[in-house]
Structure formats: C-alpha cells, structure tokens
Design a protein around this ligand. Structure first.
Ligand code: HEC
Length: 158
C-alpha cells in the first residue's frame, strides 16, 4: 500500500488528538512563546529525548547545539547556543514552546519549528485559496517526541 505524505500526516495528527494530546494547529502559545500543557497528555522520557536529539532525521539538535552530556555523539554544531544549563535558564513550559515552535520565542530564528504543520509557503498553492488544513504536512517531531526532548532538556542543570 502506498501512503501519501498528506495521508500519513493526517493519521499522525489524528493519533495525537485521539491520545488526549494537542494537534499542531491547536497548540496554545503564551505571549512569551511558552506552552503550558504536555502536547501528548503524557510525561516525557528523558532517555528517549536524548536519542531524538542526537538522531539525524529526528531532532538532530546537536547539528546546531553543543550539549556536554551528549558529547559522545559526533558533529556538535555551534549555530545555536550550548544547551548546558538550559533548565536553569528556562521553565519547562518555555522549553516546550521553544522546541514546538522556536519562532514564538525567538523572532526570525533559524531553529526549525518541530511541531508545526501550517503556515509554510507551499509552492503552487499560494494563489489557490485552498485551506492549508486540506493538505497537512507531518510535523518534524510527534507530540510525544517533543515531550521526550523537553524531559531531557529539564535534566540540563548546571
Ligand atoms: C538549524 C539550527 C538549530 C537546530 C537544528 C536546533 N536549534 Fe535550538 N536554537 C538555534 C538557535 C540559533 C538558537 C538561538 C535562538 C535564536 O534563534 O536567536 C536556538 C535556541 C534554542 C534554545 C534556547 C537556548 C538557551 O539555552 O538559551 C533551546 C532550549 C533549543 N534551541 C533547543 C533545541 C532543541 C531541543 C533542538 C532539537 C529538537 C534544537 N534546538 C534544534 C538553532 C537550532
């Protein structure tokens, strides 16, 4: 069976919603970019979060951020600040907001929005007036993967 990426995205989003989570288009960001509630409705697993952060094709956060506790993984980039001590600088809700959609916290950031399916410029769709929801893109990370990453970030205390 061949699944189109749109079908797949719709399934993923439906799954997140069914599990008591928040779909990407329903995330409520505070004025400062923070997201108060768990996107999956469940707690995150820090060990899974560390894997996601160091896996290409998942978060691959270390392509841009140095993290001392993840130093075994190769290719630490320096595009973004080192994440050591992130939990001392930010509340959990703020970290969730940064990972879900960094642009809500840092205007114009080059950091990808990991839990976002709408608002991208799609070639060929600009003038059709068709609703973006008819053609959802899969978020880069699932709701639970975001929670896992946030759980790992919460362990980063100086
Ligand atoms: C393409 C590069 C890039 C990638 C990939 C990236 N980030 Fe970032 N990130 C940045 C930049 C740049 C900033 C600084 C904010 C800004 O844009 O001005 C930042 C800021 C942050 C901050 C706030 C920094 C602090 O401690 O004050 C956190 C937390 C963070 N990123 C987490 C992550 C996580 C977790 C991932 C992976 C899921 C990730 N980032 C992936 C570029 C990146």
């Amino acid at each position: 069976m061949k699944l189109s990426s749109a079908t797949l995205a719709a399934c993923l989003i439906a799954k997140a919603a069914a599990a008591g989570g928040v779909a990407p288009q329903d995330v409520s960001f505070a004025e400062d970019g923070a997201v108060a509630v768990s996107l999956s409705g469940m707690a995150g697993d820090p060990a899974a979060g560390a894997r996601i952060m160091t896996t290409r094709g998942k978060g691959n956060c270390i392509a841009c951020h140095a993290v001392t506790t993840l130093a075994d993984a190769p290719f630490h980039g320096e595009v973004g600040p080192a994440l050591d001590g992130a939990a001392d600088r930010w509340e959990e809700a703020q970290l969730r907001g940064i990972v879900a959609d960094s642009k809500k916290t840092f205007e114009g950031s080059v950091m990808p929005s990991f839990y976002k399916t709408t608002g991208y410029i799609r070639p060929g769709k600009g003038y059709t007036g068709r609703a973006a929801e008819a053609d959802p893109m899969a978020p880069l990370l699932s709701a639970q993967e975001i929670e896992d990453v946030v759980a790992y970030l919460m362990t980063l205390k100086d």
